[in-house]
Design a protein around this ligand. Structure first.
Ligand code: 13P
Length: 234
C-alpha cells in the first residue's frame, strides 16, 4: 500500500518536525514496509534523510529562472526532493492550472526522474451527468500524460469529496478505479475525506493501492493508525 499525507497549506516548520518525529518512529518501530509519503509545505523542507519519503505539493517546470513566486528544480535538489504531486484539484480549480500547464510540469519532472503522484477527479456537476460524462472528464485530465512513466502513481480524488467530509461510496470508488485499471498499470490511490474510520475499508477495495489523505493526515497519530490499517490488510 501507498499512504500519502498532503498537508496543503497547513503546519509550520516546527509542527512538521514534531509530526515527522512521530511518524518516523512509528514506521521504524513497526518495521513498516508500505510506502509512506508526506507532502509538507515548502517552508518545512529540511535536508535530512528520512525513512519516510518527503515530496512537494508543486514545482515549476524549470531548472531555475525568472519565475517570481515559484520553486524550481534547483531549490528542490538542495533538499534532495524527488517526489512531487501534480494535477491536484486545488491547483486546477483554485490556482487555475490548465491541462497544458499540468502536462508540461509532468513532462519536466518525469525527465528529471521524479516519482509523480498525478491527481485526477471530477466536480459534482460532472458526476451528476452519469458514468460516460464522468469518465470522459477524467480521461481528459490524462491528456499529455505518459501513463507508462515508470515512477507514476495516480490518485483519484473526486473534487466534491475533498475537504467536505463526503467520501465517495465504495461502489463509486471501485467503478472509477476499475475503469482506470483498464489502461493504467501504475498504483491507484483514492483521496477525498479519507480518515481513520474509512481508510481500512477503502484500502481493501479492488484496484485501490493506497490513499492520499488531506485533513485527517494532519494528526500524526491518525496517520499512523491508517498506516497500521494498511499493514493489517497484508
Ligand atoms: P481531504 O482528505 O481533506 O478531503 O483532502 C484530500 C486531498 O485533497 C488530498 O490531496
Amino acid at each position: 500500500m501507498i499512504l500519502c499525507a498532503n498537508f496543503k497549506a497547513n503546519k509550520t516548520r516546527q509542527e512538521t518536525r514534531a509530526y515527522m518525529a512521530v511518524v518516523e518512529s512509528f514506521v521504524s518501530a513497526n518495521a513498516i514496509e508500505d510506502t509512506i509519503m508526506v507532502f509538507p509545505p515548502f517552508t518545512a523542507l529540511e535536508h535530512i534523510s528520512r525513512n519516510v519519503l518527503i515530496g512537494v505539493q508543486n514545482g515549476y517546470p524549470a531548472a531555475n529562472g525568472a519565475f517570481t513566486g515559484e520553486i524550481t528544480l534547483e531549490q528542490l535538489e538542495e533538499f534532495e526532493i524527488k517526489t512531487i504531486l501534480i494535477g491536484h484539484s486545488e491547483r486546477r480549480h483554485i490556482l487555475g492550472e490548465t491541462q497544458e500547464q499540468i502536462a508540461a510540469k509532468f513532462r519536466f519532472f518525469a525527465q528529471q526522474g521524479f516519482a509523480i503522484v498525478y491527481c485526477v477527479g471530477e466536480p459534482l456537476e460532472v458526476r451528476e451527468y452519469g458514468y460516460d460524462v464522468l469518465m470522459e472528464y477524467i480521461n481528459a485530465q490524462f491528456v499529455g500524460i505518459d501513463l507508462n512513466y515508470p515512477d507514476l502513481i495516480v490518485a483519484y480524488e473526486p473534487v466534491w469529496a475533498i475537504g467536505t467530509g463526503l467520501t465517495a461510496s465504495n461502489r463509486e470508488i471501485e467503478e472509477v478505479h476499475n475503469a482506470l485499471r483498464q489502461t493504467i498499470s501504475a498504483p491507484l490511490l483514492y483521496g477525498g475525506s479519507v480518515k481513520v474510520d474509512n481508510a481500512g475499508d477503502i484500502m481493501a477495495l479492488a484496484n485501490v493501492d493506497g490513499v492520499l489523505v488531506g485533513s485527517a493526515s494532519l494528526s500524526a497519530n491518525d496517520f499512523c493508525t491508517m498506516i497500521a490499517q494498511a499493514t493489517e490488510l497484508q
